[in-house]
Write a protein that binds this ligand. Structure first.
Ligand code: NDP
Length: 340
């Protein structure tokens, strides 16, 4: 990376936390967001690292986000926990929800966490990875701001609506995938705009409804779902699970709610956690996980394959030793944010 500075992970965390605190976030929110941002930099998921700090700060300055809301945890059913984030950002709400969700999933076999009124500009792999580390299979769904045209359409309606899945592994990091239902993440288009790079074919259409590889036209037009009608149906499912099912907003409603255009949608998240040992007669967790390993081994026998999340875990090992490279322009913009 040209013109970049190297930061240790501790420096990333301290930079994020102090900047968020100076801008008015409470200690609890600044710390939770800084942990999320640092995890993203650590795993080289840069769209959700320091690059995102401006979204957190701008939402606060616009009066769109609460700086200090304490999440409220309640039970909706024996196996359904709710966390009301009260317009705070999602990292703290998640931290409040993990323990009751894990406890319910282990007691009942399956449990859900419904998060409401949360601003979410983060990746979903941290939540499902955390649950898999507790021995659970997990899914997470979030709808986002309206950027994606439904298959065949030309106007933004769906969010980039990610879903994530995790599977525990004995003696190793969990298997995790976390993917947008759009052909590309919004952050990737914003980064390509910043870096003056073209988009891939099939990512977006311009305001005229025609295919474009120009990031600026794509941001003014609409992103496209991955895989045509199939990705469009997944985006539709995510909207229903993270919105109407948990009593929260659809993407286009989140867009209307974001009157200042901060790009940080306020809405719901659904997380489902399953205890493998409770899913079959005489459940033998180790045998179930070993059975999953047979599939992973067969995948990896084929040249050119890797498991989802392996890239992140490799990056994690490297950045623990070497720190991360932050573009000078991003570092300078963070210093400007800190100043005012
Ligand atoms: P990517 O296309 O980069 O990756 C999607 C998944 O595919 C990852 O789990 C990745 O694993 C895996 N993968 C990629 N290449 C391979 C391969 N060759 N073999 C096996 N697995 C592979 O992610 P997206 O652009 O779709 O999404 C980026 C992020 O944006 C996600 O974290 C998502 O949660 C987030 N997002 C958040 C939103 C919000 O509103 N909060 C909205 C939309 C997206 P690996 O990580 O190891 O590369």
């Amino acid at each position: 990376m040209q013109d970049a500075i190297r930061l240790s992970l501790d420096e990333v965390h301290d930079t994020a936390k102090s900047l968020l605190s100076v801008q008015g976030f409470s200690e609890a929110h600044a710390a939770a967001i800084a942990r999320t941002v640092t995890a993203a930099e650590r795993d080289e998921c840069r769209h959700h690292g320091l690059f995102r700090i401006s979204f957190y700060v701008n939402s606060l300055k616009a009066g769109h986000a609460s700086p200090d809301a304490e999440p409220d945890v309640s039970d909706l059913a024996p196996s359904v926990v709710r966390v009301d984030a009260k317009r705070g950002f999602s990292p703290l709400a998640l931290e409040y929800g993990y323990a009751p969700l894990i406890e319910r999933a282990k007691a009942q076999g399956i449990a859900a966490l419904a998060i409401n009124n949360a601003l979410n500009v983060a990746a979903l792999w941290p939540e499902v990875e955390h649950l898999a580390e507790a021995g659970l299979v997990a899914f997470a769904f979030v709808s986002a701001a309206p950027y994606v045209a439904p298959a065949g359409g030309t106007k933004p309606l769906f969010g980039t609506n990610p879903m994530a899945f995790s599977w525990p592994r004995s003696g190793g990091h969990p298997l995790v995938f976390d993917q947008a239902s759009s052909a590309s993440a919004r952050g990737e288009i914003q980064i390509r705009l910043r870096d003056g790079k073209a988009l891939e074919d099939g990512w977006a259409i311009g305001p005229d409804g025609r295919p474009t590889t120009d990031p600026r036209a794509a941001l003014a037009g609409a992103q496209l779902p991955f895989g045509g009608a199939k990705g469009s149906s997944i985006a539709l499912m995510v909207e229903l699970l993270a919105g109407p099912l948990v009593g929260d907003l659809l993407s286009f409603e989140s867009g209307e709610d974001d009157k200042a255009g901060t790009g940080a949608p306020c809405g719901g998240e659904l997380i489902i956690a399953i205890d493998p040992a409770r899913c079959l007669v005489g459940g033998d967790r180790q045998a179930q996980l070993a059975h999953g390993e047979r599939l992973f081994a067969r995948i990896l026998e084929q040249e050119g394959t890797r498991l989802p999340s392996d890239r992140r875990y490799r990056a994690r090992e490297r950045t623990a030793r070497e720190g991360v490279l932050v573009p000078r322009s991003l570092f300078d913009s963070l210093n400007e944010l800190r100043a005012g």
